[in-house]
Design a protein around this ligand. Structure first.
Ligand code: ATP
Ligand code: MG
Length: 337
């Protein structure tokens, strides 16, 4: 609607419907020819059998009762044979669906229960060691990338869109694997350790927030199910979320998402931030986590953050000057080529 493209979309929908109609008519046509044709064939066979049988009865080789049984058996057979026509159509349809399923099942599952050791809880020093990475069939994003982040340091990463800032966070979370090089947390190669234990040490507030359908509380405890009410309120307060949550019709028990109260972009971001803070991880990655905050909210959050940040290793991916001011060091990531 914002682009005034209703007509175009309606036409496109119409086109697809026409296509569907023509394919369906073809299917019905094939079915309506195939099915009677097979029935005709079966009946012809039956007639042939009758004719042969009569001959045998006349010559005395076959009793009449035997002929009747024979015909009845033959009729029993015609049913499943005409059913074959339907089977053909069904097989074709199933093959189409199976193609899509196959693509889905071809995805490599993440290793689980690999007997890899648990990554010991450390101080959160991070090191990228000549890491090279490219998404499948895309230009490289990182080439021989080196970065050392001290435990407890707050580093801000800026740079143009598409430079690979979010990719750094994904690699650290092991959502993807570098083609070469290593990533170390507290001098441990994360590849060598249990996947879940690596992720448990990192709190990621992603650029695209994904909330679960449920109450505000459901969303907050998602990162830590054993959290107490006090923990929840503390995290909400730190993320500057408690104010708007308390104004919701049922406070922390308000259902949000598709079937509930809709939240604004900034409110979603604050909630997602609070959810990550609940995890209380030694490493915190904020990927444009304050981009939708109003200046006041951001200032308040940054004030609060000083405490949050002091005891953790923090990667701030941001363009906002107020957030940059929080960092011990600012790194500008450039695009390759
Ligand atoms: N899942 C993916 N599959 C393929 N290519 C991807 C994928 N995610 C990102 N890319 C590509 O990798 C490059 C780096 O993307 P990335 O998201 O890390 O950039 P960014 O620095 O976070 O940008 P922004 O400032 O817009 O958030 C881009 O060229 C992008 O097109
Ligand atoms: Mg990004």
């Amino acid at each position: 609607k914002a682009f005034v493209r209703e007509k175009l979309e309606r036409n496109r929908f119409e086109e697809k419907n026409q296509e569907l109609l023509s394919v369906s008519s073809k299917q019905i046509l094939v079915n309506s020819i195939l099915s009677p044709a097979i029935t005709l064939l079966a009946s012809a066979g039956l007639l042939l059998l009758l004719w042969l049988g009569i001959n045998h009865v006349e010559s005395g080789q076959l009793a009449t009762s035997e002929l009747v049984s024979l015909l009845l058996y033959a009729m029993l057979l015609t049913q499943p044979i005409s059913g074959l026509a339907n089977v053909y159509g069904q097989v074709q349809r199933t093959l189409g669906a199976a193609d899509r399923l196959q693509a889905f099942f071809a995805q490599q599952p993440e290793p689980e229960g690999t007997n890899q050791p648990i990554l010991p809880l450390g101080s959160g020093a991070i090191e990228f060691e000549s890491v090279s990475f490219a998404y499948p069939e895309r230009e490289p994003v990182l080439q021989d990338f080196n970065l050392k982040i001290e435990a407890g340091e707050t580093i801000a990463i800026t740079g143009p869109n598409g430079a690979g800032k979010s990719t750094l966070a994904y690699l650290l979370m092991r959502f993807d694997q570098p083609q070469s090089g290593r990533i170390l947390i507290d001098d441990h190669d994360i590849e060598q350790f249990d996947l879940q234990s690596v992720r448990e040490q990192i709190g990621l507030v992603a650029q695209n927030t994904l909330l679960v359908n449920g109450t505000v509380r459901d969303n907050l405890v998602y990162g830590r199910f054993d959290a107490s009410n006090e923990d929840i309120q503390k995290a909400a307060h730190s993320a500057r979320a408690s104010e708007f949550i308390e104004q919701l019709p049922e406070g922390y028990d308000t259902i949000i998402g598709d079937q509930g109260v809709k939240l604004s972009g900034g409110q979603r971001q604050r909630l997602s931030l609070a959810r990550t803070l609940m995890k209380d991880p030694p490493i915190l990655i904020l990927d444009e986590a304050t981009a939708m905050f109003d200046p006041e909210g951001e200032a308040g959050f940054i004030q609060e953050c000083k405490e949050l940040i002091a005891e953790r290793t923090v990667i701030l991916i941001t363009h906002r000057p107020a957030s940059l001011a929080l960092a011990d060091r600012v790194l500008k990531l450039e695009k390759l080529v």
